[in-house]
Write a protein that binds this ligand. Structure first.
Ligand SMILES: Cc1ncc(COP(=O)(O)O)c(C=O)c1O
Length: 352
């Protein structure tokens, strides 16, 4: 364990007002039904049964038990949010002092880190990835200071789809005075283990996953943060009490229990991704393709704007990422169903 890790104290790192905060305690924090017939007159809910007349469990206990068992972490190491975007925002609000602290992000990457930094009045120090989308480790290490409260590493990265080098990531974790957040939204499409297996080793490590991608549940909005129980309890102090609604908790539990269906879809998406990659490089106006470990593929074409419009005319919506660093003339294609991918390829061939 590095020297930085041994000295790491999340309470010293967080904002002073959060350190001293007495969290709001909701009625349902104080009491949970124990299976006996109870009369609940504590939370000013309607007594009439609609299936949704009661507040959800603010600590999402049964969902946490399921997630903990599947990911090999303890329940106290989990925080659920209304999508990953909410847990990302909670990290800013707990740990970054506006106008004093900064975050480090590695463009081109997921845009919300920068947006949340702006919203929260936090400087976003950008250390660009190399032109082949790898971490410039020395430059990141050089940028670290006591005010670097959070470093965001997206792996596999959006929009490039590649995994970040394991050694580079661990070096940054070991030398960071602040938190290092590994955003693993697309981890299920790779063969690499999640960084959550290293939580015991690195007290400043935070891992974020989501049900929006491989689990096929973007509509319910469930993001998951995994970190030490000390970091999680700080975030629990500031999270809105009922941030994950009853329907989301129910639907997430059902989906998590259906491991076979989830795994089957992941295998199919990976097969389709590999098939699409082979077909895309054969298209004459495709100039470069970044091999992907995610459920999308970044492709450099001759004229991204023109190709984007042509696809749109054929009823196909893709993402033009040309404005992002190192992504001139790049389109990002999400892997669809075999039928959707077939249509996409037919249209691309017809445009060539
Ligand atoms: C890297 C990355 N993180 C997080 C998210 C957002 O996930 P959620 O739907 O859980 O808010 C996305 C969505 O595209 C993403 O690409």
């Amino acid at each position: 364990m590095s020297k930085a890790s041994l000295e790491f104290n999340p309470l010293a790192l967080c904002r002073a007002n959060v350190r001293h905060l007495e969290p709001y305690t909701s009625a349902r924090d104080e009491y949970v039904a124990n299976g006996n017939e109870m009369i609940f007159l504590d939370a000013n809910e309607s007594p009439y049964e609609t299936g949704l007349n009661r507040y959800p469990d603010p600590l999402q206990r049964s969902l946490k038990a399921l997630w903990a068992a599947q990911k090999g972490v303890s329940e106290s190491q989990i925080l659920f949010g209304n999508g990953s975007d909410e847990v990302l925002d909670l990290l800013f609000r707990a740990f970054c002092e506006p106008s004093i602290d900064h975050i480090i992000s590695l463009p081109p990457t997921y845009g919300m880190y920068g947006v949340l930094a702006n919203i929260n009045g936090i400087e976003n120090v950008e250390i660009p990835l190399s032109s082949s989308f790898n971490i410039e480790t020395e430059a990141v290490l050089k940028a670290l200071s006591p005010q670097s409260k959070i470093t965001f590493i997206c792996s596999p990265n959006n929009p490039s789809g590649n995994l970040m080098d394991f050694k580079a990531v661990t070096q940054i974790i070991e030398q960071s005075p602040g938190l290092v957040v590994i955003d693993e939204a697309y981890i299920d499409f790779t063969t690499q283990d999640s960084f959550c297996t290293l939580l015991e080793q690195y007290p400043n490590l935070v891992v974020i996953q989501t049900l929006s991608k491989a689990y096929g549940m973007a509509g319910i909005r469930l993001g998951v943060l995994m970190a030490s129980s000390e970091i999680v309890s700080i975030l629990h102090k500031i999270k809105p009490p009922y941030n994950v609604n009853i329907r989301t908790q129910e639907q997430a539990a059902l989906r998590l229990s259906d491991t076979a269906a989830v795994q089957k879809e992941i295998r199919e998406i990976i097969l389709e991704r590999n098939r699409l990659e082979k077909a895309l490089v054969a298209i004459p106006f495709v100039q470069e393709l970044i091999p992907s470990q995610a459920n999308f593929i970044l492709v450099r074409v001759d004229h991204a704007g023109q190709r984007y419009e042509q696809l749109l005319e054929h009823g196909i919506v893709v993402r033009n990422r040309s404005k992002q660093l190192h992504c001139d003339n790049c389109l990002r294609f999400t892997v669809g169903t075999p039928q959707e991918n077939k249509i996409l390829l037919q249209k691309l061939v017809s445009l060539a």
